[in-house]
Ligand binder design. Structure first.
Ligand code: PFF
Length: 440
């Protein structure tokens, strides 16, 4: 079987940015910012994204392009032994994250439709509406199924015709919708208070918890630590793309999208005097309340949830692609079979997540199943994976890493990058990890 490759450098960048820009940017980043003191969190986040985030992304691209294999195959080829476990953790994380990510993706589809059917009305209590919807088992499963079906369809069509072509259309559309929404938000009367909250740092709010949140968010948002960028990097063929330049571009696009999403959320929320630190409900409860107070609210709401849905789909396809690539490379399954069977299995694993929000009490470690899956993936699997990937590139395949990052020209920051991979990233991740589990 011939392996597939990206058609162009731009196609690769848009696909990788599509993976990175997702629910993490538009749903999670604003509520974390709101809950962690606004601008101080943003500053720390940006710092982590461009140092540790960029470095781990570049490390993943190196592993992917130098092996042209999925994460498991890549670690087997480069070193084998226990290092394969990092690849396995990645495939497992892809499976786990997509199972609940798709449930939330399903909520966005429901909310696009509901914008026109009663959600956006002064008579609707948005909190009840949301709780009733996510607590309705069959509905939550139905929308999860629709979202998974779209994801499977794109991956089924392949790297070029499926993933690349889809991202080439959806990513520009996403930025266009984002700009339209920002213009609406910042021109609302009273919007300035939101901009101020967002841009004026309050460093007293920074604690160990804030750092962990920023680090976990950077990994999740940049799709790092589980081999999504290894997989996408592995589809780089002979077309010359500089890996450092690619990692910088994708980090910049992702961080910009998150930063810009804040300019939609905070001005809108402040203009109507609503609490910004509302947690995960900020998007699905607070915003519909605000849209209901705006003229033309139904349209703004539909446009906002369309933005969220588009962002989620281009990320979901990368999650599925990690697992599918493993089946194709290592088990020699045809792509069609792999996308259907793996997609179907992930759909099944998502059912407890879909049901755990009120329909059926499914708890793990005192958390709803969906939250437990998210906790496991973003606070444990991704940082751990990221730490090991950085160590691997810095210590085990340094020669390959030096070569891969300079094939298209000089890489000025190479010594800094190597140092971050060898020492800084693993150390920072480890310290924050110890803090999280209460050891320091
Ligand atoms: N980066 C995506 C987001 O911000 O929503 C989520 C994600 C996609 C995480 C792919 C990990 C991944 F491999």
């Amino acid at each position: 079987m011939e392996r597939e490759y990206w058609g162009s450098k731009m196609g690769f960048w848009l696909a990788a940015a599509g993976s990175a820009i997702g629910l993490g940017n538009i749903w999670r980043f604003p509520y974390l910012t709101g809950a962690n003191g606004g601008a101080a969190f943003v500053l720390i986040y940006v710092l982590i994204a461009f140092t540790i985030g960029f470095s781990v992304m570049l490390a993943e691209f190196v592993i992917g392009r130098s092996t042209k294999l999925n994460p498991v195959g890549a670690f087997q080829k480069l070193k084998g032994g226990p290092w394969q476990i990092v690849g396995w953790m990645g495939v497992a994380a892809g499976f786990i994250i997509l199972s609940y990510y798709s449930v939330i993706g399903g909520w966005t589809i429901k909310y696009i439709l509901s914008s026109f059917t009663g959600l956006i009305s002064p008579n609707t209590d948005a909190t009840n509406y949301f709780l009733n919807f996510i607590g309705n088992g069959p509905q939550a499963i139905l929308y999860h199924a629709i979202f998974m079906a779209i994801t499977i369809y794109v991956v089924y069509r392949g790297v070029g015709k499926g993933i690349e072509d889809t991202c080439k259309i959806l990513m520009p559309a996403l930025f266009l919708i984002l700009v339209i929404l920002i213009i609406r938000a910042v021109t609302l009367p009273g919007a300035f208070a939101g901009v101020e909250f967002y841009l004026k740092p309050d460093f007293s709010k920074i604690t160990g918890q804030t750092l962990l949140a920023a680090l976990g968010q950077a990994f999740f948002s940049l799709s790092l630590g589980m081999g999504a960028m290894i997989t996408y990097g592995s589809y780089l063929g002979s077309k010359k793309a500089s890996l450092p330049q690619s990692a910088a571009t994708v980090t910049l696009l992702d961080t910009s999208a998150a930063f810009l999403a804040g300019f939609v959320i905070f001005p809108t929320v402040f203009a109507f005097g609503v609490e910004p630190g509302a947690g995960p409900g900020l998007t699905f409860i607070t915003l519909p309340k605000v849209f209901a107070m705006m003229p033309g609210g139904a349209i703004w709401s539909a446009l906002f949830f369309l933005l969220l849905c588009v962002a989620a789909i281009t990320s979901a396809i990368s999650l599925l692609e990690v697992v599918v690539a493993y089946m194709i490379d290592n088990l020699k399954w045809p792509r069609h079979k792999a996308s259907l069977i793996i997609g179907g299995a992930i759909f099944l694993l998502g059912i407890p997540s879909a049901l755990s929000n009120g329909a059926v009490p499914i708890n793990v470690f005192g958390m709803a199943f969906l939250d437990a899956m998210d906790y496991l993936a973003s606070n444990i699997l991704l940082p751990l994976g990221g730490m090991l990937i950085a160590l691997f590139v810095g210590w085990v395949i340094l020669g390959t890493a030096k070569k891969e990052t300079t094939t298209e020209g000089e890489f000025k920051f190479q010594p800094v990058w190597i140092w971050i991979c060898k020492v800084i990233a693993p150390l920072v991740i480890f310290i924050i990890f110890l803090n999280k589990i209460g050891i320091i």
